[in-house]
Design a protein around this ligand. Structure first.
Ligand SMILES: N[C@@H](CCC(=O)N[C@@H](CS)C(=O)NCC(=O)O)C(=O)O
Length: 213
């Protein structure tokens, strides 16, 4: 199994956490996003979307999109499970993850930020405001749900780490890097702290990757 990866990519970080929670080892193939390696002919042939992560399984299949890769891992290596048992609970966990993966992360991707600065001439301050705005909008809803729903435990769903935690921790890390004030989101911060106590999350952290700068 090989993971096309970049240490600071939060989408790749999700998959690294899932792999670590499952206890799976993998080959790390760095794709330097800041140097534009995602646009090389070789990588474009692997992923026409020019994004990381891509997972290559032990039979050579390429697997795309971090949440779909996590789902694949859960189906292929069911223990420990990343998702709960009932359809209602599974919807809860997936919908928490999708608040980040669909409503925050795509708006704050480097290619989106570069398009705003490059094509519309917005300043670095405006870019920062844009980034902060979408994190705060998404995190406000996520915080309300996590703080108010009875299934929230030590982690996003109960007392074992799972699918939503794999997505929450990388978004918190990114938001801290972009200096977003997260003090209005105590439940998110508490769960993030709980996750970071675990070896799987530490192993997957950006600073512990071979291409970390
Ligand atoms: N929806 C995709 C998003 C992947 C994605 O946006 N990856 C970012 C890094 S976090 C990337 O490769 N960006 C390259 C770029 O912006 O040029 C997923 O979940 O896998």
């Amino acid at each position: 199994v090989k993971l096309y990866n970049y240490y600071r990519s939060s989408a790749a970080y999700r998959v690294r956490i899932a792999l670590a929670l499952k206890g799976l080892s993998y080959g790390y193939i760095p794709v330097h996003l800041m140097k534009g390696e995602q646009y090389s002919a070789q990588y474009s042939a692997i992923n026409p979307q020019n994004l990381v992560p891509v997972l290559q399984d032990d039979e050579g299949h390429y697997l795309y999109q971090s949440l779909a890769i996590m789902q694949y891992l859960d189906e292929t290596y069911p223990n420990p499970p990343l998702l709960p048992n009932t359809p209602v609970e599974r919807n809860r966990v997936r919908s928490l993850a999708l608040i980040i993966a669909c409503e925050i992360h795509p708006l704050n991707n480097p290619r989106v930020l570069n398009y705003l600065t490059g094509n519309f001439g917005i300043s670095e301050d405006q870019k920062r405001d844009w980034y902060h705005h979408w994190v705060k909008t998404g995190f406000s809803a996520l915080e309300k749900r996590l703080a108010g729903e009875p299934h929230t435990g030590r982690f996003c769903h109960g007392d074992t780490p799972g699918f939503a935690d794999c997505v929450l921790v990388p978004q918190v890390a990114n938001s801290v890097r972009f200096k977003v004030d997260l003090s209005a989101f105590p439940t998110i911060l508490r769960i993030n702290d709980e996750c970071l106590k675990l070896e799987a999350f530490q192993k997957a952290a950006p600073q512990n990757q071979p291409d970390a700068e």
